[in-house]
Ligand binder design. Structure first.
Ligand code: FCB
Length: 463
């Protein structure tokens, strides 16, 4: 198959997040985060590990910038640890914490790499959790203080800001399904959390625009397209239900200033919300949430196939053969990325879209020569880029793409067992080794094109 060229100026990047790579959990007066605490609770992290050291990026950031240079990427998406900057969440700003990001930003700019900053990638200061966390509206106010501190310090150099990463995961995995910190199982709380995240996004956007004039402000959503398990009308309804709770619950407030009525009705029926007014919405909130976005960040990994349970709720069903699953158990389904980009473009008309995360966890082996032939990861990335390219050609305002991730890292409840990195990390030595996907991606970036049919053997392995 032929080469698919991307438009001039298309931005190529890689992504990470603070809690997953930085380590140095107790240095520089950093406060405790909810993930530090969660990881110390027995049974929460599958391998019993914690993010205390992770990739030791806090000490090795210069080496990691060198890795970015070797990839040739033009942008690097990372997050700022709230507990480093405001250790107790809402009180005094810790300038030493900001110093770290100051150096990182300068180092990136000196390397010709644009910093794409995400403010909240799940590491809430534990002190705020002790006061109710995101379920408490005051946390939304404290987030604005944090956003102000960071954007005042870095706003002269950072041109791209995302407020939150994946509010669905925070609300649902953290507060409804109990798999992520803080590990609650309370559907009513999770909806309140989602609302406070969205309101704080809108408020923070205003503050960031003031301290960082001319920069772009957006938010990052994980969007998961749903497909019906059969032609039965009940499965079509399961798709509607899933889509309402997962995708439209965030897209509709952000782009239309309202929660989707059918999805609200689902929650009322399930007893998660009272009938009538939404109890957590205050005057002006929906307008704040719908403040125009400069860009929408989309994280895409997989699709889901759903059917209706006996009680009318959507249940995911496994349809894909094992070979089509990554180590996360997620089906490899590139076509849904094109469909998703087109759907969002058509229905919500974002000014600009970045794919802020896309990638795959696979276990691969390092040959004696040091070569890691991660052919499945290369195929995953190539096929998703080809899918994204089709959406671009069809008119999606896609401006850039970030691989998840630069490094193997602390993968939340999975600890260190799921490897997403273009670079393999040996956590006993902190040695970073490029996988074949790193070389492959370097060539994609250099060519500004994906060769959809390039044979593996064509891959150059120069250092
Ligand atoms: C996303 C998260 C990211 C990482 C990937 C695999 O949900 O944003 O931190 O865990 O999934």
């Amino acid at each position: 198959m032929d080469k698919q060229e991307f438009p001039k100026g298309f931005l190529w990047g890689v992504a990470t997040s603070a809690q997953q790579i930085e380590g140095a959990a107790r240095e520089g007066s950093r406060g405790e985060s909810i993930w530090d605490r969660f990881a110390r609770t027995p049974g929460r992290i599958s391998d019993g590990s914690n993010p205390g050291v992770a990739c030791d990026h806090f000490h090795r950031w210069e080496e990691d910038i060198a890795l970015l240079r070797r990839l040739g990427v033009q942008a690097y998406r990372f997050s700022v640890a709230w507990p480093r900057v405001v250790p107790d969440g809402g009180g005094a700003v810790n300038e030493r914490g900001l110093d770290f990001y100051d150096s990182l930003v300068d180092g990136l700019l000196a390397a010709g790499i644009q910093p794409f900053v995400t403010l909240y990638h799940w590491d809430l200061p534990q002190a705020l959790q002790d006061q109710g966390g995101w379920g408490n509206r005051k946390t939304a106010e404290d987030f604005v203080g944090f956003a102000a501190a960071v954007s005042r310090r870095l706003g002269d150099r950072v041109r791209s800001w995302a407020t939150h990463n994946e509010p669905w995961c925070i609300a649902t995995l953290g507060h409804e399904q109990g798999e992520h910190a803080p590990g609650h199982r309370d559907p009513a709380e999770s909806l309140r959390v989602a609302h406070h995240l969205l309101v704080s996004h809108g408020w923070a956007a205003g503050v960031i625009r003031e301290s960082s004039p001319g920069s772009e402000v957006g938010i990052v959503l994980n969007l998961t397209p749903a497909f019906p398990a059969s032609d039965a009308p009940s499965d079509a309804d399961a798709v509607r239900h899933f889509d309402g709770a997962f995708n439209r619950w965030y897209l509709d407030p952000l782009f239309r200033g309202e929660y989707p009525a059918d999805a609200v009705a689902d929650r009322v029926r399930r007893g998660h919300l009272p009938a009538g007014e939404l109890p957590f919405v205050r005057e002006g909130d929906m307008k704040s949430i719908a403040t125009p976005l400069d860009f929408l960040g989309i994280n895409y990994y997989s699709r889901v196939v759903v059917q209706s349970s006996g009680t009318g709720e959507p249940v995911a069903v496994a349809v894909a053969p094992k070979e089509q699953l990554t180590d996360m158990g997620w089906e490899v389904y590139p076509q849904a990325l094109e469909d998703l980009l087109m759907r969002v473009t058509r229905e919500y008309r974002p000014r600009k879209i970045f794919i802020t995360e896309n990638g795959a966890a696979y276990t691969d082996t390092m040959a004696a020569s040091g070569i890691i032939a991660d052919t499945r990861r290369v195929a995953y990335l190539r096929n998703h880029l080809a899918s994204a390219h089709r959406a671009l050609e069809a008119g999606a305002p896609l401006a850039g793409y970030f691989v998840w991730s630069l490094l193997d890292k602390f993968e939340w409840a999975h600890g260190y067992t799921k490897r997403f990195g273009l670079y393999n990390v040996d956590f006993s030595t902190q040695r970073r080794t490029p996988r074949d996907s790193a070389y492959w991606y370097r060539d994609v970036v250099a060519a500004n094109a994906v060769d959809a049919g390039a044979p593996q053997s064509a891959m150059g392995r120069n250092p």
